[in-house]
Design a binder for this molecule. Structure first.
Ligand SMILES: [Zn+2]
Length: 468
């Protein structure tokens, strides 16, 4: 069965056929790193990480690029407020972003380019657009000449004429047309800037994604994705820039996830329901947040509330408990069969796997995929209730549950825990290492303990430890 994905461009589910057999080039728009991400930002990260995992499960070799916007008005303002540099602020929140995503078990991108490291490519991209007549310089700014691209509006299904008529009349005399958008912005005094053929300045927002996709994935890519709020103008502008520059179609499939509401309201600072991903990960665990996000279809809005999270916790427990029960039952099961699974069991397991794949093939229907996981848990529970169970069957159920859960980024194995004696031994070894000035080893032990959730505290009586 082939995968079918809803393409915002055609407004239809289409059979997924990559440009190059067996390979997928995927670009997902990343964060502007001026603050911690809120829970709504975690949704595209989780959804498209799941798509990436599913494509890999189906045997595709995926190259996944996600940009970091580390220069823009918000960063400049915040850096000024904090009396720091834009680069320092961006570094800090890039680290935080990556931590938060790791917290919900999102795989790191293969390439995570930053604007500050892409300036030469951005400048030559803009120069190319000017040469071809698709862009013009105006008092140190450069704008894209929107009415030179007849297909402008094709992604968001808004004809150019309608957009022109609806465009608010801006008092920006630098532009030929209100719909034109900035590719390059002349630097204001004291602002971070780079030299360019148009004087000191910095890139507009949209151009970075076109330049980065071209640099790291080539002229045409398979999947371009992001939140539905990016469809217009951001993705529309990316298409205009890229297709005018290369003369080729930019992305084959455009995918957009719906928004997330909090207690049935749009999240906003003024409503006071602005929830940071890291706070919610600490409160509920990253696994539960991930499970909750995937329990709805990515194109439907999802509502975040304590009640919904409680429901999700029950669901996740059902799957985890079935997995743990299988592990316990292994102790009292018959030995493994040399000939493998009996035909009936093999067929049942295969049919469950097939059902999961059919749901996921259908535009990444993770909600129904989770329902199949519940069914696997149910079948596994029924099986373990027999008096005479076999290790072969138990292992087959366990493997199926583990494998399909990991496609959704869910981890069923219990975290490794250290016994008290093991911790004491490691601490003693660390103390010795420090005495011997072997700080590399001492740091290694501290990191290892930290990963296992053990916190060390220096006290006058020596090192004390506690579990997180
Ligand atoms: Zn983008």
């Amino acid at each position: 069965m082939s995968i079918r994905l809803y393409n915002t461009m055609s407004r239809e589910k289409e059979t997924f056929v990559p440009l190059e057999e067996g390979k997928v080039k995927m670009y997902v728009c990343g964060p502007t790193v001026y603050n911690y991400i809120h829970i709504g930002n975690a949704r595209p990260a989780i959804v498209f990480d799941t798509l990436r995992r599913y494509l890999a499960y189906k045997g595709y070799e995926v190259t996944f690029v996600q940009n970091i916007t580390d220069v823009d008005d918000k960063l400049i303002r915040k850096a000024n407020e904090e009396q720091t540099t834009v680069a320092e602020l961006a570094d800090r929140y890039t680290v935080a972003y990556n931590q938060d995503l790791q917290g919900v078990n999102v795989l790191p991108p293969d390439i995570q380019p930053r604007v500050m490291n892409t300036i030469p490519e951005i400048i030559s991209f803009i120069e190319g657009l000017i040469e071809k007549g698709f862009a013009y310089e105006s008092e140190g700014d450069v704008y894209f000449r929107t009415n030179r691209f007849n297909e402008y509006g094709k992604l968001s299904h808004q004809p150019l004429d309608d957009l022109q008529a609806g465009a608010r009349i801006e008092v920006n005399e630098k532009k030929e047309n209100p719909l034109d958008f900035a590719l390059w912005k002349a630097a204001k005094p004291q602002e971070i800037s780079w030299e360019s053929p148009w004087g000191a300045g910095r890139p507009g927002w949209h151009i970075e994604c076109s330049a980065m996709a071209l640099r790291f994935l080539g002229e045409s890519i398979d999947i371009h994705a992001g939140g539905t709020d990016l469809t217009f103008p951001h993705h529309e502008n990316e298409i205009a820039q890229s297709e005018c520059f290369t003369g080729k179609p930019f992305a084959r499939y455009w995918m957009h996830n719906a928004m997330l509401n909090i207690d049935n309201e749009k999240m906003s600072k003024s409503l006071g329901n602005f929830l940071l991903a890291r706070d919610l990960i600490a409160k509920y665990t990253g696994q539960l947040i991930r499970f909750f996000m995937l329990s709805g279809h990515y194109r439907s809005p999802i509502n975040f509330s304590d009640e919904m999270l409680e429901q999700a916790a029950n669901g996740l427990d059902r799957i985890k408990n079935a997995y743990v029960n299988l592990g316990h039952r292994l102790n009292t099961a018959r030995e493994e069969e040399p000939n493998g699974l009996a035909q009936e069991q093999a067929q049942l397991i295969e049919s469950l796997r097939k059902r999961f794949e059919e749901e996921m093939d259908d535009d990444l229907n993770t909600a129904n995929g989770i329902t199949v996981l519940f069914d696997i848990a149910k079948e596994a529970n029924l099986y373990t209730r027999h008096d005479n169970v076999g290790a072969t069957e138990i292992k087959a159920y366990r493997q199926l549950l583990e494998e399909l859960s990991s496609v959704l980024g869910l981890i069923l194995q219990e975290e490794a825990t250290l016994l008290d004696e093991e911790i004491e031994l490691l601490i003693a070894e660390r103390t010795e290492a420090r005495k011997a000035r072997n700080f590399a080893r001492s740091d290694e032990i501290r990191d290892q303990l930290q990963e296992m959730g053990i916190i060390l505290e220096d006290t006058p009586q020596g090192i004390r430890w506690r579990r997180k």
